[in-house]
Design a protein around this ligand. Structure first.
Ligand code: TPP
Length: 381
C-alpha cells in the first residue's frame, strides 16, 4: 500500500480495520511532521475551504427543505464534504465525473450550479441531463452500475486517443460487494484505462456496517486482486485526499515511463447523519461512535490549518460564511421559481411514445383541458 507521503494513525475509529493511511493534516488540523502540503496557492486553499463550508451549509438547508416537504428524499453528505471537494479539485475541467446520489459537492466543484443540483429534488428533470459544458454524468442510484460504465467511458476515450483526460468514479463501501465493482475494476486493470475509482468508505451501507460488508481488512487492498494500485487515505483530511487524487489522475494522463494505470482510492470517512432523509441511523448505530469522527471534522481541520498560516482571518471567515449562505439562498430561489410543463414527464424516455404512454399523455391532456393547472391535484384525489 502506498503511504509514502505522510501516513497516519487511524485514530478515533472503531471500525476495526487497518490503521495505515495517507494523512497530511492530523486530527487537529496541524501538518503532520514530514508531510508535504500540496502545491496550492493561498487563494486556492481558501477556495477549497469555502467549497467545503458551502457543502456543509447546503446539506443543512437541503435537509430542512425536505423536512418542510419542499424537496424530495435527499442523501446527506455531512462528514464527507472534504473528500468530495478535494477529489473534484484535483480534476481538470475536461475530466469526467461519475457520481452517486450523495456526491452533491463533487458535482458542484466540477462545474454544476447549485440550482441544477436542487432542480431534480424539486421534481424537475433538468439537472438529470448531462450539462453541455460540464463533464458530469447523471447521478447513479443502482449501486455500482457506474463502475463498469465509468471504465467503459475511460476505455472509449483511450481508444479514441483522448489520453489527455481521465474519468473519476465515486461509489460507497457497499458498492464493493456488487458484481459491477469487480467487473469494472478487473477490466480497468487489464486494459489500463485512464480512470480513478474512489471508494467513499463512510462505514455504512444504509444499516450494514463496514465489517459486515467485507472480510477484507481494507477496501484499498481489493485493488491487489485487479493488479492496480490501492491507496488508503484519511477521507476527512481534504489536503491528503486532494494529493492522493492528483497523483492518481497524473498516472492516467501523464504516466511516468508511459505506464498508464488506474488507481483505487479508499477515502476513509464517516456519514455523520442519516443515509437519506428517509433513514433513522439511531436504530442501528451508537451516537458516541459519530462523536469520535466529528473530532476530525474536515471543516474544522481546514479552518485550523488556514488560520495557522494566517490565510483565514476572522474577517475572511465571516465574509465566506455570508457569501456561502447567499449563494445557497439564490440557488433555492432559482429552483423554486423554475417551472416545467407536466407533459415533460413523458419526454426523454422513448423517441416514440409507446401505446400505453401515449394513452396516459392523452388522458393528461384531457384533464388539463378540463381542469387547467389543477389537473394533477384532481387526479390525485
Ligand atoms: C443494485 C442496488 N441494490 C440495492 C440498492 C438499495 N440501496 C440504496 S443505497 C444502498 C446502500 C449503498 O451503500 P454504499 O455503497 O456504501 O454507499 P452510501 O449510500 O453509504 O454512500 C442500497 C443497498 C440499490 N440502490 N441498488
Amino acid at each position: 500500500m502506498n503511504t509514502q507521503y505522510g501516513s497516519g494513525p487511524h485514530d478515533g475509529s472503531d471500525d476495526g480495520s487497518n490503521t495505515d493511511y495517507v494523512q497530511i493534516l492530523d486530527a487537529g488540523g496541524n501538518v503532520r511532521p514530514g508531510a508535504e502540503v500540496p502545491d496550492l496557492g493561498d487563494e486556492e486553499l481558501l477556495a477549497m475551504y469555502e467549497a467545503i463550508l458551502l457543502a456543509r451549509r447546503f446539506d443543512q438547508r437541503a435537509i430542512s427543505l425536505q423536512r418542510q416537504g419542499r424537496i424530495a428524499t435527499y442523501a446527506p453528505m455531512t462528514g464527507q464534504e472534504g473528500a468530495q471537494v478535494a477529489t473534484s479539485y484535483a480534476l481538470a475541467p475536461d475530466d469526467w465525473l461519475f457520481p452517486t446520489y450523495r456526491e452533491h459537492a463533487a458535482k458542484y466543484v466540477h462545474g454544476m450550479s447549485l440550482a441544477s443540483l436542487l432542480k431534480p429534488l424539486y421534481g424537475h428533470r433538468d439537472g438529470y441531463a448531462i450539462p453541455d459544458d460540464v463533464n458530469v454524468v447523471p447521478e447513479y442510484i443502482p449501486i455500482a452500475t457506474q463502475v463498469p460504465q465509468a471504465m467503459g467511458k475511460a476505455w472509449g476515450d483511450m481508444i479514441q486517443g483522448r489520453t489527455d483526460r481521465a474519468v473519476l468514479c465515486h461509489f460507497g463501501d457497499g458498492a464493493t460487494s456488487e458484481g459491477d465493482f469487480h467487473e469494472g475494476l478487473n477490466f480497468a486493470g487489464v486494459f489500463d484505462v485512464p480512470a480513478v475509482f474512489v471508494c467513499n468508505n463512510n462505514q455504512y451501507a444504509i444499516s450494514t456496517p463496514r465489517d459486515r460488508q467485507t472480510a477484507s481488512e481494507t477496501m484499498a487492498e481489493k485493488a491487489n486482486a485487479y493488479g492496480i494500485e490501492g491507496v488508503r487515505v484519511d477521507g476527512l483530511d481534504p489536503l491528503a485526499v486532494y494529493e492522493v487524487t492528483r497523483r492518481a489522475l497524473q498516472k492516467t494522463k501523464n504516466p511516468v515511463d508511459d505506464e498508464r494505470r488506474p488507481t483505487l482510492i479508499e477515502a476513509v470517512q464517516y456519514r455523520y447523519g442519516a443515509h437519506t432523509t428517509s433513514d433513522d441511523p439511531s436504530v442501528y448505530r451508537d451516537e458516541e461512535e459519530a462523536e469520535l469522527w466529528r473530532e476530525r471534522d474536515p471543516v474544522d481541520r481546514m479552518a485550523t490549518f488556514l488560520e495557522s498560516r494566517g490565510i483565514l482571518t476572522d474577517e475572511r471567515a465571516a465574509a465566506i460564511e455570508e457569501r456561502v449562505n447567499e449563494r445557497i439562498q439564490a440557488a433555492i430561489d432559482e429552483a423554486e421559481a423554475y417551472e416545467t410543463e407536466p407533459e415533460a414527464i413523458f419526454e426523454h424516455v422513448y423517441e416514440e411514445p409507446s401505446e400505453r404512454l401515449q394513452a396516459q399523455r392523452d388522458e393528461l391532456e384531457r384533464l388539463r383541458e378540463k381542469y387547467g393547472d389543477d389537473a394533477f391535484s384532481e387526479v390525485l384525489q
